[in-house]
Design a protein. Structure first.
Lengths: 202, 409
């Protein structure tokens, strides 16, 4: 009985937890990450060559990397020292960010779209009060139509950052289905083998 | 050919007779339920941890400047590195889940009782070794939780009289957790599993001397013992199948379930995380630590809360065998104890404020009361149960043990 319940729980986890971003979205997100976020943030566990895994062509990647080598990690375009003097903090690396915050990609999305203009006319953030990151997507100044475009951008980059934090996820899930299938079949067979062997005892 | 080789070995080493005696023909009570399969599972997980650990160590760098990145190197660049790492990180939790179940079975069925005290105590030693191993292993990823967890737990040794400060410095290899701490924890984290392996052998020798307990509580007549193979090999393998399905579901589909988000941030000695929480398997003990207002008192309470299991053969003074099965009061105490552990775990996972603090204090009290009242309750319950009547075989065993004890006085 309790074993059944446990199984139910896990099946639910699998079915709900694995909604996957499509490649086009990841590609759009990669562009935002390289063109916007990478201006201040490093993504040091991602190399330009990793973009091939998202279906980018050699030409796309060459355009993204400029004169940097293919196997170079995505280091920030600013040096940490000037970032420190400009923002009072070195912006954290983004390549593991989706795993480093409760809420993951959703948190990132909420944070970067969480900017607004407060009663004193200052830009503030409702997810991270006092954040030292500027309103880089300019949410706080956008009109309704602009907000929609920004929202889409934010979703794309969050999806991309989730991929970046766990590029193996797709392979893992595909392999996982076979592994689980294997163990289910094996366990069922063992169950009948056990029944058969224990029958001998009468 | 094979039989020739075996014959050659048998003349020089008791291979066949050992396998027969201790494995294939080893007489095992036929009424053992699946709850008796967790010892085997624990041994299996130990092997998984050792094998995956050896492979991780080939790619991991025990250096405070490189450790965090080397984990990402394993996750992203090493072939199936992610699999090895997730097997290992999930394996740690699986190990504790299996061992706690194994202990709960022992407590429920009274398997710690005479003549199995030594078996139980070797198990207690194994638990301590496991806890130390897990604690040191948790530092290795060098994330924020790794770092601050180690900082908090090592600082508990400050409670040692007179030499507190020195001991803490000695453990850490410096005034704070730093590179020397990481290298020594790595070294010991690699060593301890082999000590565990050795202790498991001692545990098994003790087991095979006193033989398995069984749910009926009585010593079964020879006809009720069956050879371990094939009956329990296949039963244990089926249990292993179920275990593997659950384990693999986590490894492949929810591998970050047991990894704190904060541990994906590199260790930063200048920035304390908002909540420092230990791994789930330490939470009840951590809650006990925090429920005692004074540091030394908390540390002593926590140490006793882990070690007190060893006293069970003496705290439980009932001579009725079969554990909770024939003992309604003991059974109730068992369930209260288990529920209380979960309450403590919940308290340990949250900041100790307001009601939760009070709940923690009450739960801590209940935890110790269960043990401390047991000597009195068990004797009273024994009289009560004997008067009420028991299955003849159980009653006979109990009366015999009582008579023996009284004869000795």
């Amino acid at each position: 009985m309790s074993k059944n319940k446990l199984f139910g729980l896990f099946v639910c986890l699998i079915l709900t937890g694995q909604a996957h971003a499509d490649q086009a979205q990841l590609q759009r997100g990669a562009h935002v990450a390289v063109e916007v976020c990478n201006g201040c943030h490093t993504l040091k566990y991602i190399k330009y060559s990793d973009f091939f895994k998202l279906g980018f062509t050699k030409k796309d990647v060459d355009a993204m990397r400029g004169d940097k080598p293919l196997d170079s990690p995505l280091l920030s375009q600013m040096d940490p020292q000037s970032e420190l003097s400009m923002f009072g903090i070195v912006p954290p690396d983004l390549s593991l960010m989706a795993k480093a915050r409760e809420g993951g990609a959703h948190y990132i999305y909420e944070m970067i779209t969480g900017f607004y203009t407060d009663s004193k006319g200052q830009t503030a953030n409702r997810v991270f009060p006092g954040i030292k990151m500027p309103d880089i997507l300019m949410v706080s100044q956008a009109d309704a139509a602009g907000k929609q475009a920004i929202d889409a951008k934010a979703k794309d980059v969050s999806a991309f950052l989730e991929w970046a934090s766990d590029p193996q996820a797709e392979e893992r899930i595909t392999l996982g289905k076979y592994v689980i299938g294997y163990f289910v079949v094996l366990t069922v067979l063992l169950y009948f083998l056990k029944k058969k062997i224990w029958k001998r005892l009468g | 050919m094979m039989s020739k080789i075996i014959a050659w070995v048998d003349q020089r080493f008791p291979l066949t007779s050992f396998v027969k005696h201790e494995l294939t023909e080893y007489p095992t009570p036929r009424n053992l339920s699946y709850w008796w399969g967790f010892g085997f599972l624990a041994g299996f997980v130990l092997v998984i941890q050792i094998v995956t650990g050896i492979f991780l160590a080939m790619h991991y760098k025990p250096d405070s400047k490189l450790a965090f990145d080397s984990i990402q190197h394993i996750m992203r660049e090493v072939n199936y590195g992610w699999l090895i790492r997730y097997l290992h990180s999930t394996g740690a939790s699986a190990f504790f889940a299996v061992i706690y179940t194994h202990m709960a079975r022992t407590l429920y069925y009274g398997s710690y009782r005479r003549p199995r005290e030594l078996l139980w105590w070797t198990g207690q030693g194994l638990l301590l070794l496991m806890m130390a191993t897990a604690f040191m292993g948790y530092l290795l990823p060098w994330g924020q939780m790794s770092y601050w967890g180690a900082q908090v737990i090592t600082s508990l040794f400050k409670a040692t009289p007179v030499y507190g400060e020195q001991i803490v410095t000695w453990l850490r290899g410096g005034f704070t957790v730093d590179d020397p701490t990481l290298t020594r924890f790595f070294s010991l984290h690699y060593l301890f599993p082999f000590l565990i392996f050795g202790a498991v052998i001692v545990h098994l020798v003790a087991l095979h001397t006193v033989r398995s307990s069984n749910p009926s509580g009585i010593n079964l007549a020879d006809k009720d013992n069956i050879p371990f193979h094939p009956y329990f090999t296949v039963k244990d393998l089926f249990g292993l199948g179920i275990f593997m399905i659950i384990y693999m579901l986590i490894v492949f589909f929810k591998p970050d379930f047991f990894i704190e988000a904060a541990n994906n941030i590199p260790a930063n000695p200048m920035q304390t995380p908002a909540h420092i929480v230990p791994e789930w398997y330490f939470l009840p003990f951590y809650a006990i630590l925090r429920s005692v207002p004074d540091l030394a008192g908390g540390v002593v309470a926590m140490a006793i809360s882990v070690l007190i299991f060893a006293a069970m053969p003496y705290l439980d003074r009932s001579r009725i065998t079969g554990g909770a099965r024939y003992r309604p009061v003991y059974r109730a105490m068992f369930y209260i104890f288990v529920i209380n552990i979960f309450v403590l775990g919940y308290v340990g996972a949250h900041p100790p404020t307001g009601t939760l603090k009070t709940v923690g204090e009450i739960s801590t009290m209940i935890y110790f009361m269960t043990f401390l009242l047991l000597p009195f309750i068990s004797r009273w319950e024994e009289k009560f149960v004997l008067a009420k009547g028991l299955p003849p075989a159980v009653e006979e065993m109990a009366r015999k043990e009582i008579a023996e004890a009284e004869g000795n006085v």
